[in-house]
Every structure is written in structure tokens, then in C-alpha cells.
Design a protein around this ligand. Structure first.
Ligand code: A3P
Ligand code: MG
Length: 274
């Protein structure tokens, strides 16, 4: 697949969206069982059958779509994989928000992102239980999509754009399951009009669709948690910056792909409040 023009990146994002939507059937299948077996991974993050089955579905299909590109995926990393370093590579989180999944809150996602030279350039986020799909290359789109079916055709896509910072102040989104003391302190010291809890990478997508303004994150995340949502948000006019104001960088192999603190924003005016 060629990756040169804006259209190439939009077409790749649509291909990611199609794979994520089809993989959504696995999540719904596991969710339909009366009990879900889960175990704790390192750092107390849970993993269940769905994480592993979705990654096993996506990995060979992505390798076929983009032959030769390294695929840095959450469960492969947990199993100790040693990823080849490359300027262009894929980041896959088969199930972001595993805690939400196990709690059956519906706020969990399948994430596929493409990184080029340290920046997310294409991505797809699918929330199977909500039947909502967000994806972006040069432009960002959303669509309703059915788990296990092909992603919808172009006529059903809507273009995403962040909203202007409201006069009453920003609405902030925070993790439903992992609200740390530093994030609480940020909320207390900034003029946040409202705070809402949202699970998983859906937070980036809500900023991209203009439903909120800020997502401060001081607790731990991994690059595969953020790359796809970051790609969607950047293409919708927002961004993700570290505390010094630089765009969140990807490809931190020496840090085992762990992110530092970041602030995601819709309107750049919201970032200037931070
Ligand atoms: N203590 C911790 N250690 C490592 N990762 C953590 C963590 N707390 C949260 N995370 C990350 O936060 C993600 C969930 O995001 P949120 O809290 O916004 O819903 C998790 O993704 P997974 O569910 O894919 O493991 C995990 O990567
Ligand atoms: Mg994750």
C-alpha cells in the first residue's frame, strides 16, 4: 500500500476501520458469555480471552495489508516480544479499557494506529458495544458500525471537527478506572467547567467530535493505548502534548513504549489554559 498522499492515508485509515469493525465480533462474542475469565498482567492491568483473540485476528491481517512493517501490539509486548525498530510501524491495542470490558460498561475499544517519524498519521478506534467507529488519515471521520460486519461505505461517514472552547470553560474527560492524584490536582487548579468519566481511548474520540475540550492524563498509558485516538484527534484539529507543550512522541522503544503525562485538547485555545 502506497503512503504518500492524503488520500493514501485516508484509505489506510478506512482499511484499519474495516479490520477493527470485523474484530469487534470477537469482543461481543466473549461479552455474551455469562462469565469472562481474566487474569492480572504485570502492573495490575487485566487481560482476558478477548484481548488475545482480537490481537490474533488483527496481526496477520495487518501484516498482509502492510507487508514488512513492524507491529507493536499489547499482548505480544506482554509476552516479551522484541520489536524491530523502524521509522514507520503499527501500534495495536486489541482491547483498550479491559477493566471497562470486564465491568461490561461498553466503554472499551479496538485500536490500530500507524506511526511515521514519531507521529501518529492514521488510526481507527472501534467501540463494539457502542457500535461507534472513529478513524482518520489526513481527515477524521466517524460512522455507526456493526461488530463483525465490514465498515460502512463513505456515504455513511461524517467528518469530525473539534469544537471551539466554550465561554463557560472546558469540559474535561478523565479515566473511569484510573483517576490519579495528579489528574485530580490538575482539575482542581484549572478552570474546568465540567468533568466526565469515560473509559478507554473513547476520550480522544469525544474530543475529536466536539463533545468535550480537554483530557489530562498523568497516570500511566502505553503508546498502543493512545496512537489511534491521537491520530483521530490531530486530524480533527486537536492535539496531544506533553507538559512542555511538545506533541506526544511515539516509538519510545527504550521506555518499552510507555507514555509520560499528556494533555489532549480539542481547540488549541483549551491547551493554552494548561
Ligand atoms: N497502573 C497502570 N499500569 C499500566 N497501565 C495502566 C495503568 N493504569 C491504566 N493503564 C492504562 O490505561 C488503559 C485504560 O485506559 P483508561 O483508564 O483511560 O480507561 C489501560 O489499557 P488496557 O485496558 O488496554 O490495558 C492501560 O494501558
Ligand atoms: Mg490499552
Amino acid at each position: 500500500m502506497r503512503l504518500e498522499s492524503d488520500e493514501d492515508f485516508d484509505a489506510l485509515a478506512a482499511a484499519f476501520a474495516d479490520l477493527a469493525t470485523r474484530a469487534g465480533a470477537i469482543a461481543m462474542d466473549v461479552l455474551a458469555a455469562p462469565t469472562i475469565d481474566a487474569r492480572a498482567k504485570k502492573e495490575s492491568s487485566p487481560v482476558c480471552e478477548a484481548d488475545e483473540r482480537i490481537e490474533a485476528f488483527l496481526t496477520p491481517r495487518l501484516a498482509e495489508l502492510l507487508p514488512g512493517l513492524p507491529i507493536v501490539a499489547e499482548e505480544a509486548a506482554a509476552a516479551g516480544a522484541d520489536f524491530a525498530r523502524a521509522e514507520t510501524f503499527l501500534l495495536v491495542d486489541p482491547l483498550d479499557g479491559t477493566r471497562e470490558f470486564l465491568a461490561r460498561s461498553g466503554e472499551f475499544t479496538i485500536n490500530i494506529g500507524l506511526v511515521v517519524a514519531g507521529a501518529p498519521r492514521a488510526g481507527a478506534v472501534f467501540a463494539p458495544a457502542l457500535r461507534q467507529l472513529w478513524f482518520a488519515g489526513a481527515r477524521a471521520f466517524a460512522a455507526h458500525a456493526q461488530p463483525g460486519r465490514p465498515a460502512p461505505e463513505r456515504e455513511a461517514w461524517s467528518l469530525l471537527r473539534v469544537r471551539a472552547l466554550p465561554a463557560e470553560g472546558p469540559t474535561a474527560l478523565v479515566s473511569r478506572s484510573h483517576l490519579d492524584a495528579e489528574t485530580k490536582a490538575f482539575l482542581a487548579t484549572h478552570r474546568v467547567a465540567k468533568t466526565r468519566d469515560v473509559g478507554s481511548s473513547i476520550k480522544f474520540c469525544r474530543l475529536a467530535e466536539g463533545a468535550a475540550d480537554l483530557y489530562p492524563r498523568f497516570g500511566p498509558t502505553m503508546e498502543w493505548d493512545t496512537a489511534a485516538g491521537d491520530a483521530v484527534l490531530r486530524a480533527a484539529g486537536g492535539g496531544v502534548v506533553d507538559p512542555s507543550g511538545r506533541p506526544l512522541a511515539y516509538g519510545k522503544a527504550e521506555a518499552s513504549y510507555r507514555n509520560g503525562p499528556f494533555i489532549a485538547f480539542g481547540d488549541p485555545a483549551a491547551a493554552r489554559l494548561c
